[in-house]
Structures are given as C-alpha cells and as structure tokens.
Design a protein around this ligand. Structure first.
Ligand SMILES: [Cu+2]
Length: 333
C-alpha cells in the first residue's frame, strides 16, 4: 500500500503516531540477545527498535572494498541513498505493524526550512519541543532532558559504539549536543545538490562530485559538512556515531534525504543510477587489488568529526526501493 510521508512539523497526527510507534517498537522484545550477536557487555534481549541500530552499525563497519577506509556498505559511495531507502522501508514496515496502521508513513524533518533561521534560533524549532523530539542534551553526559526520549520518559540506549567503534551493550540516556556554530543546511544548499545532473561520479567515494555525494554531505570538502552529514553534526551526541539510529531524529533526517532523492529522480527520470552495471561488475572483479587511497584519513569519532560522522508538504513513499592508531573505524554518522 502506497503511503504519504508527511512533514512532522506541520502534521500533528503524523508526529504523534511516529512517537507512539517508535515507543512501541522500543518496548517490544525481539527475541535476539546481545550474546547471540557477539556484542560485548551485559547480556540482554534487544528490542525490535535496537536491531536497526545494530544493522546500521554493522553496515558502517564493512569497508567496500576492505582495502580502504572511506567507502563502507552504507556510506561514502553510490549505495548511500538506496541502502538508507531500504532501511527506511523496513523500519516503516515495523512501525505499521506495531501501530496496526497500514497507511502510516514515516514523517520527515524539512531541516532546510529550520536552516533558513539565524543559527542561534535553530534550536527553537518546534522539532525540539517536549511534544516532539525533545531538546538538546545537558550536563556531563549530554543527556536529553525533555520529551519522549528523555531520561524522565525512560528511553534508554541499549547498544552504542564506543570510541574505538566497537558496538557494546550499554544502558544509558540518549545524548545530544547541538552544534549551533555549524548550524543546519539551508534551502539554497539543497538546490545546489538538486542541480547536479549525475547521480554519482568517479571515484565513487566521499570525494565524488555528483548528486549522491552532495546530498550525503562530503563535498565541497573545504566547507563540509553539508546536508545529511551536517544534520548529524548539528544534533551531535548519539547522532555522531555508527549507532546513530539510537536517536529517533535519525529517521526524520533520512526520510528528508530520501525525499530530496525522490525529487531529484523526478526531475530527470532518464538519468540512471551510477556507476552503470558493467562498471560495478568490473569493480568487484578487481576490488581486492584496488589500492587504498585514503587510509591516512583519521577516523571520525568524537563530538565534532572533521567532515561529519555526517518542498515541505508531502511526498509519496518511493516504491523502488579515536585514536588514529586504532583499527579501522568508519566515519561516524
Ligand atoms: Cu547511515
């Protein structure tokens, strides 16, 4: 069933349903334990919500190919957009199930609209009110204090990446640390991405200058992070690391990224996914000998990674789909 994804700031019903669904999914035992997945730390059963956190982390840990530390199975390459579209579709299906509502569509956060405000005003968006996502973190642990995912609401992060990029069993409050200095992307920057005629370009990584890399937020490098990455950096805290789906804002960001991709696809339906199939076959055949060109890049950890960790009405759901000496740690988003 096709659904309509709505703006969370202009549709109260979508906002309430999203919070309700996420809360239900977080409370539902999945039957899968940390022990069965080899996740170190206290053994426990994970919730259905938490399994998405694990999945995202695992994808980030798979460098493609393994001989470099830039592109991974979900980021810094052409697959960034379809991989996250697939994740949204799976997550949305789970929300439909727990809500018993086949018409439910994930809401999106039109962050570029908030990005039009002066930076100091951006934390005043209705998104951060107690009846929506709650506000910034405070105190030594940057704990979220208000709203449905706060300490008081008993929302707990159960698996999180540590400073070495290892996913661990934890039990703590959700963290945010707004980066007002960086601020949110604006509508002009979204338009610059939409103006890119090609889906992606060689060398198919974070230095490529096509639409995908623009919307992911790596280029132009001198002023990065942009768009998707900038939103991760702006929210901060748990949104900076590979377990970033711990913050329900993650899905609102990616739903908006998916919406921008859908708009770009609509502009020129004849423009294909890139690289073309023949190139993908050739690349996989030579992957094991591809030189690592970016291994000297430091891993992206901490509150402020050097280049990120990472039309406002409605859009139909697309049918198509640390320390530098540490071992490889994917860029955090
Ligand atoms: Cu991601």
């Amino acid at each position: 069933m096709a659904v309509v994804r709505k703006n969370i700031l202009t549709n109260a019903a979508a906002r309430q349903k999203y919070i309700q669904g996420v809360t239900l999914l977080k409370a539902e035992g999945s039957g899968t334990t940390t022990g069965s997945l080899g996740i170190p730390g206290p053994a426990k059963e994970l919730s259905s919500y938490d399994l998405f956190v694990v999945m995202h982390h695992w994808a980030m840990m798979q460098f493609t190919p393994a001989t470099q530390t830039d592109r991974n199975a979900a980021h810094a390459g052409p697959v960034f957009l379809p991989w996250h579209r697939w994740m949204l579709i799976q997550f949305e299906a789970q929300l439909k199930r727990v809500l018993s509502d086949a018409s439910f569509g994930l809401p999106f956060w039109h962050w570029a609209a908030d990005g039009e405000r002066p930076k100091a005003q951006q934390p005043n968006s209705a998104l951060w009110k107690a009846n929506c996502m709650g506000g910034d973190g405070t105190g030594a642990n940057a704990a979220v204090q208000t709203g449905p995912f706060s300490d008081a609401s008993d929302w707990r992060v159960e698996v999180a990446a540590d400073v070495n990029g290892v996913l661990r069993s934890v039990h703590r409050t959700l963290r945010r640390g707004f980066d007002i200095g960086t601020g949110l992307p604006n509508t002009g920057q979204v338009q610059q991405a939409l103006d890119q005629p090609r889906y992606d370009r060689t060398p198919w990584n974070s230095t490529a200058a096509g639409f995908r890399d623009r919307v992911e937020g790596w280029v132009p490098a001198a002023s990065a992070p942009h768009l998707h990455n900038r939103v991760h950096v702006f929210v901060g805290g748990d949104m900076l690391i590979s377990s970033s789906p711990n913050d329900p804002v993650f899905y609102l960001n990616h739903c908006n990224v998916d919406r921008i991709w859908a708009a770009w696809q609509k502009q020129d339906p004849a423009e294909p996914y890139r690289p073309p199939k023949a190139h993908r076959r050739a690349s996989s055949a030579t992957a094991s000998t591809t030189p690592c060109t970016r291994s000297s890049r430091p891993p992206r950890t901490g509150r402020r990674p050097s280049r990120c960790s990472t039309s406002a009405t409605s859009t139909p759901t697309a049918a198509s789909p640390s320390p530098s000496s540490a071992p490889k740690v994917p860029r955090q988003r």
